[in-house]
Write a protein that binds this ligand. Structure first.
Ligand SMILES: NC(=O)c1ccc[n+]([C@@H]2O[C@H](COP(=O)([O-])OP(=O)(O)OC[C@H]3O[C@@H](n4cnc5c(N)ncnc54)[C@H](O)[C@@H]3O)[C@@H](O)[C@H]2O)c1
Ligand SMILES: Nc1ncnc2c1ncn2[C@@H]1O[C@H](COP(=O)(O)OP(=O)(O)OP(=O)(O)O)[C@@H](O)[C@H]1O
Length: 587
């Protein structure tokens, strides 16, 4: 932001310290610069006899003082609120430890173990709810809540597995209906670098209605196959791996071995249930779907789920498809991840987006077959579907963990940033644009509450690296390998010669606000769908979601990505210059 200098000479013509008010080109002033300006004004006031001052300068300094006081109060308020949050968090930890200790006295058997796990989880949830109610204003604490909850649950899982291996001789819950409570295990880095424990968290973004059905559904859940994610080192498919560490030996900051390469999925028990999602209104897709469902059932003895629309199409084809399962209403979709071991998509990139949008939490591995035009995220060819599915069901398979963005709309009327509307998960991007308005957008952008810029143009795209080859690319953003963690910040037709796209780190929270001096509202759309109006004062919060979309690779993440930009976009496809012609003899 380039500060603009206010020249100030007193009525006696004396040169004085200039008052610097950091005022960026795009008209937004941030709190820090106000502090500096007020300080400068204070100095000026001390140096210059009041009598000689211009009226406007006195008013200006008064205004600055008022604003600075307000900001200071806000900062103090936030600090005390955070101290209070820290104390509540400490009490919550104490309560949780006490619960676990109390429960450890309970004798070990399956029912009691399940009861124990359920009881701790419910007290964990109750504690969280209590905190959530008591401290709604602490959005920042809230942002950390997900991480805290996951850390708390991972610690609980460690405690749980330690107890099981120690005094509780009962085995890991194998045939209980709540096997789904055991999420497919995903690795966490630990000192030995190997997977140590599964993550029990099965929280999903769910609305009130589906919540009420969750208990009923939970009793109907079939056994889910578990799998293990591991990182390959230098091509070998081993469990040992190095991960990024920064060592400070003898004061020298060095980055050790680069983290390992490809992520690999290895089944620990055979997959039992497959969900097939198809692009609508396509004859070729329908023909393939019939063949695939029959093969999966008759040759692989798998349970097959399809969407209600597809079940009707299959039964129209033949009544022999009565074994195919589906769901009655959308409320059942939120529990699909507890029933389905694998998702197969038959269509283009949009069908992969559609599949991802069906899971508002953990996503089962997806095997995308290409029946669209571009196929950036659909590496498998339908001609060889039997060989492909054979190797996928056998494993291990290379997968790309495609990170998603969690987007929440905070209305101006909301009491705090915690009070958001139904969240959206996007695999490609969230777009904030001017919709049908003929005016430029005017969007104030913040990154972890640091002011970034005002976007004046057609809009802004916040994209994942998977979406970097979609709308963001068309708007001038870079193409980024899907495993690179980051959030792409790409303007759409900005009315400024100096605006260039950014790539922000994946751990930040981006806030896009429609200022009150904006001439028109803005519109947010999520993976090109579900447009939502953003009026003046409304804001969109965007951060990395904890539930990536695992998509199977034809070869591996890098090979598949390079193939897709070569084949899909003909990236840097150019005739090679002929050999004959002038040469640099003397080089
Ligand atoms: N000007 C543009 O390029 C533009 C405009 C609107 C939407 N889009 C993209 O379309 C996506 C929605 O896709 P859809 O299939 O539901 O709608 P759609 O049927 O309109 O498809 C849009 C095109 O985008 C391609 N695409 C989608 N995701 C991609 C990705 N990750 N990498 C490369 N290409 C990708 C699709 O293959 C398709 O050809 C949006 O998320 C947005 O990224 C692009
Ligand atoms: N199961 C589904 N139900 C409803 N809509 C779907 C489903 N699968 C895909 N769609 C929608 O259909 C549209 C087209 O899907 P898709 O993009 O896969 O095909 P395509 O556009 O022909 O291929 P490509 O995206 O490669 O150009 C997308 O907008 C997508 O949102």
């Amino acid at each position: 932001m380039s500060p603009s200098k206010l020249d100030s000479t007193d009525s006696f013509g004396h040169e004085e310290a200039s008052v610097s008010c950091s005022k960026p080109e795009n008209g937004c002033v941030d709190s820090l610069s106000i502090f500096h300006s007020e300080k400068a004004v204070e100095e000026l006031l001390q140096q210059t006899p009041v009598a000689g001052m211009d009226e406007h300068l006195i008013e200006f300094s008064e205004a600055l003082r008022t604003v600075a006081k307000a900001l200071r109060r806000a900062a103090e308020g936030k600090a005390s609120a955070q101290a209070e949050a820290a104390e509540w968090k400490w009490r919550y930890e104490l309560e949780r430890t006490r619960n676990i200790q109390m429960e450890q006295k309970v004798s070990g058997n399956n029912n009691c173990e399940m009861l124990r796990h359920w009881w701790i989880r419910s007290s964990l949830d109750n504690a969280m709810d209590m905190l959530r109610i008591m401290l709604p204003c602490l959005f920042f604490w809230e942002v950390g809540k997900e991480q805290n909850k996951r850390i708390a649950e991972a610690r609980m899982a460690e405690q749980f597995s330690a107890e099981k291996n120690g005094d509780l001789d009962c085995e890991r819950v194998k045939n209980s209906d709540n096997q789904s409570m055991l999420q497919n295990e995903s690795n966490e880095h630990s000192e030995t670098g190997c997977m140590k424990h599964g993550i029990w968290s099965h929280e999903v973004l769910r609305d009130r209605e589906s919540d009420s059905n969750s208990n009923a559904d939970r009793n109907k859940i079939m056994r889910k196959a578990s799998f293990k994610l591991s990182w390959w080192c230098n091509g070998e498919n081993g469990d040992q791996h190095k991960h990024d560490i920064v060592s400070f030996e003898r004061g020298n900051i060095t980055t050790a071995e680069r983290s390992s390469k490809q992520i690999s999925l290895k089944w620990e028990s055979d997959p039992q249930t497959v969900l097939i999602l198809t692009k609508p209104n396509s004859v070729s897709v329908r023909i393939l779907c019939v063949q695939m469902v029959r093969w999966l059932r008759e040759r692989k003895k798998l349970n097959v789920y399809v969407e209600p629309r597809v079940k009707v199409e299959l039964l129209a084809e033949s009544s022999n498809f009565s074994y195919v399962q589906t769901w009655k209403d959308d409320s059942e979709i939120s529990h699909l991840h507890m029933k389905v071991d694998l998702v197969i998509t038959l269509g283009g990139d949009g069908t992969v987006l559609w599949a991802a949008s069906m899971f508002k939490g953990p996503v089962p591995p997806i095997v995308p077959f290409s029946l669209g035009s571009l196929g950036f995220m659909t590496p498998f060819h339908s001609e060889h579907f039997k060989d492909c599915l054979d190797s996928v069901l056998r494993g291990p398979i290379s997968i790309t963990l495609r990170h998603r963005l969690l987007c929440r709309v905070v209305r101006d009327a909301a009491k705090n940033e915690y009070e958001t509307e139904e969240p959206f998960l996007v695999l490609n991007e969230v777009t904030i644009d001017r919709g049908i308005s003929s005016y430029l957008t005017n969007l104030e952008c913040y990154c972890d509450n640091s002011f970034v810029t005002c976007v004046q143009g057609d809009g802004l795209i916040l994209s994942t690296t998977s979406g970097s080859t979609a709308y963001s690319l068309a708007a001038g953003g870079s193409m980024v390998h899907p495993q690179v963690p980051g959030i792409l910040f790409t303007p759409i037709c900005p009315h400024s010669l100096s605006f260039r796209p950014l790539i922000l780190p994946e751990h930040v929270t981006v806030r896009i606000m429609v200022p009150f001096n904006s001439r028109s509202p803005a519109w947010a759309s999520f993976d090109g769908k579900d447009r939502k109006l953003l009026a003046a004062g409304d804001a969109l919060l965007c951060s990395m979601a904890p539930w990536p979309v695992p998509t199977a690779c034809q070869v591996d993440s890098t090979n598949d990505f390079l193939r897709s930009i070569h084949d899909g976009l003909h990236w840097n496809l150019r005739k090679t210059q002929s050999f004959d012609g002038p040469r640099d003899r003397d080089l």
